[in-house]
Design a protein around this ligand. Structure first.
Ligand code: NAD
Length: 272
């Protein structure tokens, strides 16, 4: 069965739109972009489309590639104070000369709708209310929508990034799964993936996960986005793995749309 991120994200967006209209609310977000990375342009365009659908004020600040940390941070500080701005996003990746941590942590934690500041990451791992990173949160919401019970399940995450893998550890523990994390230095990856009742792959390597690496009847969540010859592929060989899995997310149309929907969920609901 396909875990349809498009369908579920549309339902979330509809609920948010109703919530905004019924309560007569007004929201504004700011997106800070440095340079003109083509993938970032596409992600920003997608975020803008949803903002328009929800009637959220979308403010896009685009800086030249040679900008300094100080100028970006000053912009963030002024947005922190701006009452019309409820959420601030720094579109990643930033160019190498910028200090990503310093820039992200300049965002007021209540406006950090990507959930990436130290404060929100700390809140997550201390079980305090806070904003949860959109991609892992979107994955959890998708699994919840399909009533997938994770208690006692072997959950294997491939990828240990701050953005995806690490927050997932905590979110899956909250669901009482037994969590294993694999990464680039893991030896014999297949030994782990084969035992996974839930396999979440967030690496960025086309078709890293093949049919012989997964357990029959398992749940497969593919986070990877790999553009090859102008076509999008996940980290999972969907065509063959889907024959063996009980549930699987497609690429595109799985985790991607959930990520964008959860960004706006974080803006509007601000709960975890
Ligand atoms: P990242 O580069 O920060 O992390 C990649 C992780 O993969 C690392 O922890 C690394 O140790 C691990 N890894 C690398 N090679 C490996 C291998 N051969 N075997 C096992 N592990 C390996 O990336 P990220 O930001 O976490 O993103 C991962 C992928 O997910 C990318 O394709 C990215 O585009 C995609 N992504 C998608 C969404 C979405 O909304 N769908 C959101 C975020 C990221």
């Amino acid at each position: 069965m396909i875990l349809d991120g498009k369908l579920v994200s549309n339902k979330i967006k509809e609920e948010l739109k109703d919530y905004i209209q019924e309560n007569n609310l007004e929201y504004g977000i700011a997106v800070i972009q440095v340079g003109d990375d083509p993938a970032s342009n596409v992600y920003i365009k997608n975020k803008k489309k949803v903002a328009e659908y929800l009637n959220v004020n979308f403010n896009h600040f685009k800086f030249d590639l040679d900008i300094t940390d100080d100028i970006v941070i000053r912009k963030i500080e002024s947005l922190n104070k701006d009452k019309k701005i409820n959420g601030i996003i720094v579109q990643l990746p930033l160019p190498d000369h910028l200090n990503v941590d310093k820039i992200i942590n300049a965002i007021d934690e209540t406006k950090d709708i990507d959930g990436l500041t130290i404060k929100n990451c700390g809140n997550l791992f201390s079980n305090n209310p806070g904003i949860i990173s959109c991609t892992p949160y979107g994955i959890i919401k998708l699994l919840e929508y399909y009533n997938i019970n994770l208690e006692g399940k072997n959950a294997v995450i491939v990828g240990r990034s701050k953005l995806v893998g690490k927050p997932l550890i905590e979110l899956l523990l909250r669901k009482n799964a037994t969590v294993t994390v694999c990464h680039s230095k893991t030896k014999h990856l297949k030994d782990y993936t084969k035992k996974a009742d839930l396999l979440i792959c967030a690496v960025g390597c086309k078709h890293l996960i093949t049919k012989n690496m997964v357990k029959r009847g398992s749940i497969i969540v593919d986070v990877g986005i790999n553009k090859v010859d102008n076509k999008l592929y996940g980290d999972v060989d969907f065509k063959h793995v889907s024959k063996k899995a009980k549930y699987i997310t497609p690429v595109p149309g799985g985790v991607g749309p959930m990520t964008v929907a959860l960004l706006y969920y974080n803006l509007i609901k601000k709960e975890s």
